[in-house]
Ligand binder design. Sequence first.
Ligand code: GRF
Length: 226
Amino acid sequence: MNPYTKDHPLPIAVLISGQGSNLQALIDAIANGLPAKIVVVISNKANAFGLERAKKAHIPSVVLPHQHYKSREEYDDALAQCLQKYQAELIILAGFMRILSDRFVQRFACRILNIHPALLPKYPGLDTHATVLMAQDEEHGCTVHLVTSQLDAGPIIASAKTKVSADDNVESLKQKVHRLEHKLYPHIIQLYAQGRLKITPQAIFFDGKPLPPDGLQFASSSSTWI
Ligand code: GRF
């Protein structure tokens, strides 16, 4: 149990479907002292580049192609078995492009986190950068939230904001938000590992106090990042 230390790290599983730049940020943060250990990387896609990153960092990886299962429940049961085998405490979704069933979410209640490239509750789902540009929003960012079976709708743990400039386009926003994600996700896992962030079925607590509905707030200029 937390607080976790370098000698007694928090066991996490990272679930991916693609590039895995957030996985890489976690690998790097761990190398720089984040007291966590990635016990397994699981991908539903055999060609996910994140698998190469796991291999390079000597982290065990498992490919669970969703096409091999008849239903979402069967897939999620296989995923659950894998997570139990590797004894992950936290399940970190990092670009894992699947909705998880109710049964799975309940089985791992309070233990599944996701990062989303928008300031939730605005813009759940895909194409968030284009949507922000269309809406002419002045700010954009990313959100770490607890996962429920509703897409991008679980309780918000933290968000990080950046300004949208007049010359931003989808690609530049994607890069800006990625840079924020790569700080925010390791930071939140650090707070959890330190025992400062506690997730219970009733509420999420930070330093003993319930989090407000919009969670912890960071800006690209915040001085409080790890
Ligand atoms: C990130 O933008 C994350 O917010 C979203 O999927 C993307 C994954 O990127 N859920 P990467 O695979 O970590 O590079």
